[in-house]
Design a protein around this ligand. Structure first.
Ligand code: GBH
Length: 480
């Protein structure tokens, strides 16, 4: 399904925009200052230091709560036209509920938004980048359907306060990561491992929460504010390891059960979870003696309510795996991996990164973008993250190579007819990489975390990215 030859365009089209991204918990710090409430990452890092690679926390992180002005100067210096950041729910609503708004939180995000606009940088705001207010977790977090309503209330507060100036909204960052890391393997806060059960409950609540926030915007804000609302979904690319029918079927199932899981209900014409996913989980659940599928049903009215709730797709993409058919005989113990039933592999020739999960496979990006074009009727795509982890080198040649190769494939995808209009590099500065703490660095700017004033220094990749943005083309365009 890749259409044309390579190399028809070397320059990014005039409509194409470059941006840079961060998230609140990973950069802000000031976890308990000026009225901010506790969130699940505060609680998790404080209570279970062992579960973070370097026993660190986001208590100070990059100190961006104080250094936001400097950070916007760094954003400005790159020459990007927009900045993707997230709002900390509990900085704005300390208890998570919308009856009490924290004025210092309002001030903080107003300052950021105003300063961005003064510098001709568009704010692109994520409502939920993994930092749920702790009181909502105490009620069951994203497995409790009532949280969908509280998320809508939070979204309404945010639209009301900032929607006069913010015109691009992302409801959730990465449902797949939220559901699996939180409730399947428990690697992320609040660290609840309920394999084969928690992740599916979470996905339904998350979809309803997203849809409620979307409809609220539609009904009450779109007319006056004139912005757009989407969701960011992440996925690896999965490539069949062989040409066999069996492996091709397994590969499609892997794509459907990872990416399609939350993509289908929102972006497909029919809505609902993918059929192959429903069938497989129902079959495995029954054979494990459950009375019904562990994947909750979406009722016809829920399907209708969720379907079509997007103005764009936010896509996070980092890496690729090869797929083979797995052992399809269900084990006695439920788990997501067992439900998917495939074997995932990497090619030993693929270049490694500092993260065990990330291999450099640029061509997978183009395959993915084309698969989305074909399967989902060529939606408007904003790439909301793509990044490379290393140990923090200032002369970060490997990061430059990674981005140049992935951007080459993005250009090829545009040439193939994919409607990709934005590329957002992850990330502005080195930051708190969740369970990996400060052991993995994705920044264009180095941050000295041993120095209490957290000085920033540009890496080589910062000038590389500046050059791409300024020239609107890639150095050493190698695909020709
Ligand atoms: C993004 O997730 C996040 O949005 C961002 O906050 C983060 O800083 C960035 O990536 C870099 O990681 O250890 O084998 O269980 C990317 C998708 C999903 C990648 C979970 C790592 C864990 C793999 N992530 N995955 S594993």
């Amino acid at each position: 399904f890749i259409r044309n030859g390579d190399c028809q365009i070397h320059e990014f089209p005039s409509y194409f925009e470059f941006g840079i991204s961060t998230s609140a918990y990973q950069i802000e710090g000031a976890w308990n200052e000026d009225g901010k409430g506790e969130n699940i990452w505060d609680r998790f890092t404080h209570e279970y230091p062992n579960r973070i690679a370097d026993r660190s926390t986001g208590d100070i992180a990059c100190d961006s709560y104080r250094q936001w002005e400097n950070d916007i100067n760094l954003v400005k210096d790159l020459g990007v036209t927009y900045y993707r950041f997230s709002i900390s729910w509990s900085r704005l609503l300390p208890t998570g509920f919308s009856n009490k708004i924290n004025p210092a939180g309002v001030r903080y995000y107003n300052n950021i938004i105003d300063k961005l606009l003064q510098n001709d940088i568009e704010p692109m705001v994520t409502l939920y980048h993994w930092d749920l207010p702790q009181p909502l977790q105490d009620l069951g977090g994203l497995t409790n359907p009532v949280i969908a309503k509280y998320f809508r209330d939070y979204a309404i507060v945010v639209y009301t306060l900032f929607g006069d100036r913010v015109k691009k909204w992302i409801t959730f960052n990465e449902p797949w990561s939220i559901c699996l890391s939180t409730y399947e393997n428990g690697n992320h806060a609040p660290g609840i491992a309920m394999p084969g059960i928690g992740c599916y409950l979470c996905s339904k609540v998350l979809l309803l929460a997203h849809a409620k926030a979307y409809h609220a915007y539609d009904k009450r804000f779109r007319k006056t504010q004139n912005g757009i609302v989407g969701i960011t979904i992440s996925t690896f690319w999965y490539e069949s390891k062989t040409l066999s029918e069996k492996d091709a079927v397994a590969t499609e199932r892997a794509l459907q059960m990872n990416f399609g899981w939350c993509m289908n209900p929102i972006f497909s014409n029919k809505g609902d979870f993918p059929k192959v996913m429903k069938d497989r989980i129902e079959f495995v659940s029954k054979s494990q003696n459950f009375s019904e599928s562990r994947l909750p049903t979406l009722t016809p009215s829920e399907i209708k309510y969720i379907q079509g709730t997007y103005d764009f797709l936010g896509l996070n993409h980092y890496t690729t795996r090869f797929i083979e058919e797995g052992n399809l005989t269900p084990s006695q113990v439920p788990s997501f991996d067992d439900d998917v039933g495939v074997k995932m592999e990497v090619d030993p020739k693929w270049e490694k990164s500092a993260a065990h999960w990330l291999f450099v496979v640029p061509w997978g990006f183009r395959r993915l973008l084309n698969w989305i074009r074909v399967k989902y009727n060529n939606p408007l795509v904003f790439v909301t993250e793509n990044g490379y982890p290393d140990k923090g080198e200032l002369n970060d040649e490997a990061r430059i190579r990674y981005h140049n190769q992935y951007l080459t494939e993005l250009l090829n995808s545009i040439n193939d007819g994919c409607n990709v209009q934005r590329y957002t590099l992850w990330s502005l500065t080195d930051n708190m990489e969740w369970s990996s703490g400060y052991t993995l660095k994705f920044g264009l700017y180095y941050v000295d975390f041993n120095n209490s004033s957290r000085p920033r220094l540009p890496k080589s990749s910062a000038s590389y990215y500046k050059g791409v943005i300024n020239n609107r083309s890639l150095p050493n365009f190698t695909n020709c």
